[in-house]
Design a protein around this ligand. Structure first.
Ligand code: ASP
Length: 339
């Protein structure tokens, strides 16, 4: 009898430990994506709203299929961003905004949190899917960042799909650019000084990004954009600046969207990861810190995932096109702060 009681106690203890271990918050995999942050009118017609929700759902499904099958975080973020680049609703790949000269100049970056490998490009004009070229920069070149003519020359050495620059044209972005130019005519001097920001409320959304944790515990981040409407010659935003708009290490993977100059001067994505590491803070707290203590209201939005698969998507703008999913089945697809 005595033996059987102690056996029972030992069994109960083992059962408790087993349950405790398995109820830990570690997710097998997790993914988040964004399609830009900014002032997104709640009056968006239902049909357009639905197109955005459908686009976000479709991209999320692409990432889910990769991760559910045991695929890598890098594959997941690259494929999700490719899907969003091909969707004309978003300001990346097809659907990119117009520069001041009436062309399209695309930026992209990808980062592997497990190796700190990174690939980045700015000023691309003929590469259909910049994120795929960014991955090639990371894996096949001895460098991290190519710009303009050099970036196009690097593309010539690869098999990435090329297009004419007007492939990126959409009527919606064209009209947006026309409005920006008309406003510039009203006050050219002032417009010259502040050409990027005068219409910021209207222009701040569309960049795309994805972050993921895979079943090997690896983190990755990817971001792609056409930048900001009416941007001047050679303007580089936060997206391809490693640590600003895109960052991944062993702690977290982060992708940003919003006013590039503000995100950049605060080295925002890297600050989020460092804040977590140095202060033993959660991802949620770290993003909150950057949004409230480093940036101004209306500046930006971030998506992130940590090594336990905790996800966070926060912004200090009225809206951010976003979606996330983890291996426990927690699914979010949202546009505004509260829905
Ligand atoms: N951050 C991007 C840039 O400044 C724009 C955006 O996210 O909408 O190039």
């Amino acid at each position: 009898m005595k033996i059987s009681i102690s056996s029972f106690v030992a069994f109960a203890l083992l059962l408790f430990l087993f349950t405790a271990c398995n109820s830990s918050d570690q997710k097998e995999w997790a993914i988040a994506l964004h399609g830009g942050a900014g002032t997104i009118s709640q009056d968006l017609p239902d049909t357009i709203k639905q197109q955005y929700y459908d686009g976000l759902e479709e991209a999320l499904r692409v990432g889910e299929l990769v991760l559910r099958d045991g695929g890598s975080a890098l594959d997941a973020v690259e494929q999700v961003v490719r899907n969003l680049e091909d969707n004309p609703l978003f300001n990346a790949g097809k659907g990119s905004v117009f520069t001041k000269d009436g062309t399209h100049e695309l930026d992209a970056a990808i980062m592997d949190g497990s190796t700190l490998g990174a690939g980045a490009l700015t000023g691309l004009t003929t590469v259909k899917n910049p994120i795929t070229l960014a991955r090639k920069v990371m894996t096949d070149s001895p460098h991290i960042f190519f710009s303009g003519v050099g970036a196009e020359e690097y593309a010539n050495q690869t098999d990435v799909e090329r297009v004419e620059n007007d492939h990126f044209h959409t009527d919606q972005r064209y009209q947006q650019w026309q409005r920006a130019q008309e406003q510039a005519l009203v006050d050219p001097a002032e417009a010259e000084k502040t050409s990027l920001y005068d219409w910021i409320e209207d222009l701040k959304f569309g960049t795309v990004g994805a972050v993921a944790l895979d079943s090997d515990g690896k983190l990755a981040a990817a971001t792609s954009t056409g930048g900001m409407t009416n941007k001047q010659f050679g303007r580089v935003g936060d997206v391809p600046i490693i640590g600003s708009g895109t960052f991944a290490n062993h702690v977290a993977a982060i992708s940003a969207t919003g006013w590039g100059e503000q995100i950049m001067r605060n080295v925002s994505a890297n600050t989020i990861a460092n804040y977590m590491e140095f202060n033993d803070a959660t991802l949620e707290q770290a993003i909150q810190f950057v949004l409230s203590q480093r940036l101004n209201p209306g500046d930006a939005g971030f998506i992130g995932v940590d090594r336990n698969g905790n996800l966070s998507m926060q912004m200090n703008t009225a809206g951010m096109f976003r979606a996330s999913l983890d291996s426990d089945g927690n699914r979010v697809v949202m546009i505004w702060q509260d829905e």
